[in-house]
Design a protein around this ligand. Structure first.
Ligand SMILES: [Zn+2]
Length: 323
């Protein structure tokens, strides 16, 4: 499968207007016209939902085909087991698509962005979050708060743009344990600490550090989900009697991580803790029927969880959050 082509809303709107004008012209003249040209895959990089009185928009930063999935998922099972699970769920075992999906929430009082994508270094295949934000009707200077779920590069990469803060009016929020872990290391230790030194440390004076149960703003509560990284946080959104969990990297594939929570994932730093956390939180989502946004779920990345044997199944949102 070829690389996904991302069309922006504004451009799509123009195409739509041109198409309508052409159709009107044809109706008026009755003149025959050439067959429409193929346009390639079309994919809206934004999708908006309601959670109580809040508006939630998922923003596609990128979608990238990746070969050899077992280098990342199901590292502790044999190839036959992996192949069978994949086939049973209608996906190939030799290729997958990795999605990157920051979320922006308009609470009515603040515009809160959760994670920032891979940033300018990842373009053109990734790093489209700013374009998606614009497509969603927001400008970077409208963002009041940027929440970082954890410090992996695909989440903090978009904090800076051309060497300056990408969201010039924002304050920042992240987990205390996450910040302490990475900032306690030599800045040159690895790719994460290097990017953190460049993108996060310069903003630390304007950063609030949260623990389990602390609030970003009323209705947005931090919930620890350690394992993927030592201080990885999820955020529970509550408004008007509705709930939704921003699950970040709790589970990174809709089949291989939900169906088989104990399958080891390369990017889970503490694989045992990550698996335990995954089971605990997925159980909670399934039993309470709470929808979630998963940063690496198939775009638009909003779904529900149901129990399925010893694991879980991803149920993509249909219209529940747009009624
Ligand atoms: Zn990630």
């Amino acid at each position: 499968m070829g690389e996904l082509k991302i069309e922006l809303t504004r451009r799509s709107a123009l195409f739509g207007a041109a198409g309508a004008a052409a159709a009107a012209g044809l109706a008026a003249t009755g003149v025959a016209h050439a067959a429409a040209e193929k346009q390639g895959a079309l994919f809206q990089p934004v999708s908006r939902y309601g959670v109580g009185d809040m508006e939630l928009t998922t923003l596609l930063d990128g979608a990238v085909p990746v070969g050899d999935p077992q280098k990342t998922f199901g590292m502790n099972v044999d190839a036959d087991t992996f192949g069978e699970a994949s086939e049973n769920n209608f996906i190939p075992a030799d290729n997958f698509k990795a999605f990157f999906t920051p979320t922006v929430i308009n609470t009515g009082n603040e515009l809160v962005l959760f994670d920032t994508g891979v940033g300018e270094g990842g373009r053109p295949a990734r790093g489209n979050m700013r374009a998606a934000l614009e497509s969603a009707g927001y400008t970077p200077d409208q963002v009041d708060i940027v929440v970082l779920t954890h410090m992996h590069p695909d989440h903090i990469g978009g904090l800076m743009e051309g060497g300056a803060p990408a969201f010039p009016n924002a304050r920042y929020v992240t987990g205390q344990a996450e910040f302490d872990f990475w900032s306690g290391m030599d800045p040159e230790a690895n790719g994460v600490t290097q990017l953190m030194a460049k993108n996060v440390t310069p903003l630390a004076d304007n950063m609030t550090f949260l623990g389990d149960g602390d609030s970003v703003v009323p209705g947005i509560t931090a919930m620890q989900a350690f394992g993927h990284t030592p201080g990885h946080m999820t955020y529970m959104i509550e408004s008007g009697g509705q709930q939704l969990l921003l699950a970040a990297d709790l589970a990174n594939h809709y089949v291989w991580s939900l169906g088989y929570p104990d399958w080891e994932v390369r990017f889970d730093m503490d694989k045992e803790a990550a698996a335990l956390t995954r089971r605990r939180v997925l159980n909670m989502l399934a039993s309470e029927k709470i929808p979630f946004v998963g940063y690496h779920m198939p775009f638009p990345a909003v779904g529900f969880v149901e129990t399925d044997g010893d694991g879980f199944k991803y149920v993509a949102e249909s219209y529940q959050l747009s009624l």
